[in-house]
Design a protein around this ligand. Structure first.
Ligand SMILES: Cc1cc2nc3c(=O)[nH]c(=O)nc-3n(C[C@H](O)[C@H](O)[C@H](O)COP(=O)(O)OP(=O)(O)OC[C@H]3O[C@@H](n4cnc5c(N)ncnc54)[C@H](O)[C@@H]3O)c2cc1C
Length: 489
């Protein structure tokens, strides 16, 4: 076959699907090759014994990013999916019985803060204004536009106002400079985990995440997060993307500094003038691209973001004190992150719980609940034998839940599925099972992420969690947008 004008996208995660849709809408012949039997990558779902779970993301933020993609493809989010703004983004609970709901309504939110710490009502308003200012400065150059290293940072407005990005101190330091109560500090520090980092090391710039959730909202697509994957697949097929599943890519071929095509492990070759790789760059450089091992080695030396142990429980009762999203906090957050940093499992972990029966009663048999529990754990560099560690750690998580009104959980489990870092690594080709690619634990992290456009092979572009702007559904969608932009320009 001669060299066609085809774009090949490798991997049908959110980023791969988004880039493929954009290339096809722009008139490119687009082929999407996915290793597994279904598309969606981490944004997937599981059904068993009458229970339905989202197996990855459970929280949708920035839904307008999805809407913009759909509008580009001639539709809109409003036409395709019912997206609910949650009345409370999350319920936070502590072992002493304190409860804090992150209400979308400002008066209710401030009431809740007042109940915990009257002094912090005004401080919270100051904190969130400060976080919003950072958002206003960073959203465009770091998220909505393709990140171009120091050039993105170097525009006049940014240079003059660098100090406002608050990149020199840590998230925790900044949070403590505003909020007095340790529980409210813990709530704000938790946002570091949204990119798999530690609040005690990640730059305070990431306080923007608090703004994104408190001010811009937390959302849920009725039917489940997996509805986004179904919608993206439907849209991709409608605009003419050729989707090939069970097609693991083994090689990206290149010649004279330009990409030539892609070969699957079954030996099927696809000519291409551009390749968008949704697989983590470290894996691609190590396994798919000849002559790129040095780049893989450089990436291997960098710190990975955290991973998680996700437990899916179908239980035969409903724990009514749990909201759609609930966080059961650890008593010592600093010690928890110190353990994770040291590659250890913390003895009293913070447990994130989600269930969807409030909005989708069909996700569990009558009277039951589809619980999704997630604890932060270190990404895997071979230190933890998850086969033996997981059953022990699940017991530990259940012990902890007893302190949060769920003492009978062991007797209520009808069915259980577990995903460890090893599973994330194997299923999604994620180095170390890290959920968000590289960690953002230093001031230079943004500049250390692999660039979207390969500097040595023309026509090779990356998208997804492993590159810019980072992890999470909206950011992966944006990376797909920027990747398509590079190819189409
Ligand atoms: C437990 C968990 C909870 C999360 N919670 C949230 C949340 O609440 N909110 C949020 O916004 N985000 C959350 N995330 C992060 C979010 O899921 C990801 O950032 C996003 O889905 C990743 O998209 P991606 O484009 O990077 O692709 P990925 O999902 O990483 O997909 C990559 C695709 O490439 C395929 N592939 C791999 N190797 C090959 C190959 N050789 N050939 C062809 N295909 C290949 C894989 O099979 C996969 O389909 C969570 C993730 C996890 C795991």
């Amino acid at each position: 076959m001669g060299q066609s004008d085809r774009v090949v996208v490798i991997g049908a995660g959110v980023g791969g699907l988004a880039s493929a849709i954009r290339c096809a809408v722009a008139g490119k012949q687009t082929t999407l090759l996915e290793a597994s039997a279904q598309v969606g990558g981490k944004l997937n779902s599981l059904q068993d014994s009458g229970y339905t779970w989202d197996t990855g993301p459970s929280l949708l933020t920035m839904p307008w990013v999805l809407d913009e993609l759909l509008q580009y493809a001639g539709s809109s989010l409003a036409e395709e999916l019912e997206v609910i703004r949650l009345p409370s983004a999350c319920r936070y609970i502590w072992q002493d019985g304190t409860v804090f709901d992150a209400h979308a309504s400002l008066p209710e939110l401030l009431d809740g803060i007042h109940r915990i710490s009257p002094d912090d009502v005004h401080s919270f308003m100051q904190f969130i204004t400060y976080a919003g200012n950072i958002w206003n400065l960073t959203a465009d150059p770091f998220l909505y536009k393709p990140f171009d290293g120091l050039k993105s940072f170097n525009n006049g407005k940014m240079l003059q106002r660098t100090w406002q990005l608050d990149g020199l101190r840590t998230m925790d330091k900044a949070v403590r400079s505003y909020l007095h109560h340790p529980y409210l500090q813990q709530v704000m520090n938790r946002f570091a985990t949204y990119n798999g980092s530690s609040p005690y090391r990640t730059p305070a710039t990431f306080n923007t995440i608090a703004w994104a959730e408190f001010a811009l909202g937390a959302f849920y697509p009725r039917g489940g997060m997996y509805g986004i994957t179904q919608l993206l697949e439907r849209t991709a097929r409608r605009v003419g993307v050729e989707i090939v599943v069970n097609a693991p890519v083994a090689e990206i071929s290149h010649h004279n500094g330009a990409v030539r095509g892609v070969c699957t492990s079954a030996g099927q070759y696809y000519d291409a003038t551009a390749v968008i790789c949704n697989v983590d760059p470290q894996i691609a450089y190590e396994h798919f691209i000849t002559g790129a091992k040095a780049r893989a080695e450089r990436l291997k030396k960098q710190e990975l973001s955290m991973s998680g142990m996700a437990i899916l429980w179908g239980v035969d009762r409903a724990y009514d004190h749990l909201d759609h999203h609930t966080v059961c906090f650890s008593p010592d957050y600093r010690a928890e992150f110190a353990d994770i940093d040291a590659g250890r499992l913390h003895d009293a972990p913070t447990i994130y719980l989600n269930h969807t029966i409030q909005y989708d009663p069909s996700h569990a048999p009558a009277g039951g609940q589809n619980l999704f529990a997630l604890v932060n754990v270190p990404a895997q560099r071979g230190e933890i034998d998850w086969e033996s560690a997981a059953p022990v750690y699940i017991e530990r998580v259940m012990d902890r839940l007893a302190a949060f009104g769920m003492a009978d959980i062991r007797d209520r489990i009808v069915v259980q599925h577990v995903y460890t870092p090893d599973d994330f690594a194997r299923r999604y080709n994620a180095p170390g099972g890290a959920i968000y690619g590289l960690a953002s634990n230093t001031r230079m992290s943004a500049f250390m992420r692999p660039p979207q456009r390969d500097r040595e092979i023309r026509g090779l572009v990356f998208c997804g969690t492993g590159t810019h702007p980072g992890g999470g559904v909206p950011l992966a969608l944006l990376s797909g947008k920027h990747a398509a932009g590079y190819v189409l320009s």
